[in-house]
Design a binder for this molecule. Structure first.
Ligand code: R5P
Length: 292
C-alpha cells in the first residue's frame, strides 16, 4: 500500500481519481447522505495514510454544504495523517477578499481560520479569484493556474486571427498570461459593477482591433454570466467574428449557459474544477505537479 492517500470529496471525484493514479496514491472515496434538514452525513471508504494525505474537494454550490464537507474531511483525516494537504480546485467564498462596503464580512478571513483549526497543513487552489485573500492564511497556501491547460485546448481549434480579451481590468493579468502562452495579442475592457445590485456594464467605448477577428474571452469564473454576456454584446457591436469563452470555473448559475449562447458565444470551455457540460479541460496534471 502507498504511504500517500488521496481523499476524494464528492464535488471533485474525477480530479481525485486521476490525481491518485498520477501520484500513485491510495484512493479513499466518500459517500454523502443529505438528511431532509440539509445536514451532510459523510462516510469514507478506504485506508487513510498515517503519513500524508491529499484531500480534494471543490466548494461550488451548494457552497455551505460543500464547505462543511471539506472541513469534515480535513478534520477526520487529521486524526490519522500527520500531513493533510487540502486541494480546493474551486474556492468558493474567495470573492469577498476585502470589505468593499462598510460592514461586509471578509469570508476569506473566515476560511483561513476554519482550514487551520480543523488541521489542514497546506491549501492548494486553482486560479483563486484574487491572491489578496491568501494574505489571511497562516498555513502554507499555493495557487496554481489552469491557463496553460486551457491554452492547450484552444490551440487545437481553428481560429481566425484570434485575439484574447479580458472582460474587465481586474482580469488583465490573466488575459496577458493566456495571450503570452498562446503567442497572441490581448486587450482588456472596462467593466463597472454595481456593488449593491451586482449588475455589470461595459464602459469601454470603441475597440477597432476586434473587427473581423475571432475572440477568446478569458475569465477566472462565470457565475450569472453577466460579465460574459455584456462583453459579448459589446464585442459583437464592434463587429468581431466569433466569441469563445475560456474560464477556469464555470458555475453557470440558473440559466446562465443559455443566456450566454443567446448573446452569441460560440463555445464555452472550462476546467473540471467544477464538473459539467463545459468542463472540457482536465487540471489533475497541474495539481499533481503542484503537490510534488
Ligand atoms: C469578476 O471580477 C470575476 O472575475 C468574474 O468576471 C465574475 O465573478 C463573473 O461573475 P458573473 O458571471 O456573475 O458576471
Amino acid at each position: 500500500m502507498s504511504s500517500l492517500s488521496v481523499i476524494s470529496g464528492k464535488t471533485s471525484e474525477e480530479i481525485a481519481r486521476k490525481l491518485s493514479k498520477k501520484i500513485k496514491a491510495n484512493l479513499v472515496k466518500s459517500s454523502i447522505k443529505i438528511f431532509p434538514d440539509g445536514e451532510s452525513k459523510i462516510t469514507l471508504s478506504g485506508k487513510i495514510s498515517k503519513k500524508k494525505s491529499i484531500i480534494v474537494q471543490s466548494i461550488y454550490p451548494p457552497v455551505d454544504s460543500n464547505l462543511i464537507q471539506a472541513l469534515s474531511l480535513i478534520s477526520k483525516t487529521k486524526e490519522i495523517s500527520s500531513e493533510v494537504i487540502t486541494v480546493i480546485p474551486y474556492m468558493g467564498y474567495a470573492r469577498q477578499d476585502r470589505e468593499f462596503l462598510p460592514g461586509e464580512i471578509v469570508t476569506m478571513k473566515v476560511l483561513a481560520k476554519l482550514f487551520k483549526s480543523v488541521g489542514a497543513s497546506k491549501i492548494i487552489t486553482v486560479d483563486v479569484h484574487s491572491l489578496i485573500g491568501f494574505n489571511y492564511f497562516t498555513i502554507k497556501s499555493k495557487n496554481v493556474t489552469a491557463i496553460p491547460d486551457l491554452v492547450k485546448y484552444f490551440k487545437k481549434l481553428s481560429l481566425k486571427n484570434p485575439l484574447v480579451v479580458s472582460p474587465d481590468q481586474g482580469g488583465k493579468e490573466r488575459a496577458r498570461e493566456f495571450a503570452r502562452e498562446f503567442d497572441l495579442d490581448f486587450i482588456a475592457l472596462h467593466k463597472k459593477r454595481d456593488r449593491k445590485t451586482g449588475k455589470v456594464k461595459i464602459i469601454t467605448k470603441n475597440v477597432d482591433e476586434v473587427n473581423g477577428r475571432d475572440l477568446i474571452l478569458v475569465d477566472d469564473m462565470i457565475s450569472t454570466g453577466g460579465s460574459i454576456i455584456n462583453a459579448t454584446q459589446f464585442l459583437k457591436k464592434q463587429k468581431c467574428k466569433r466569441v469563445f469563452v475560456a474560464c477556469t470555473h464555470a458555475l453557470l448559475m440558473n440559466d446562465a449557459e443559455r443566456k450566454i449562447r443567446k448573446a452569441g458565444v460560440t463555445k464555452i470551455v472550462s476546467t473540471n474544477t467544477i464538473p459539467g457540460k463545459t468542463s472540457l479541460v482536465d487540471i489533475s496534471n497541474t495539481i499533481a505537479k503542484a503537490i510534488k
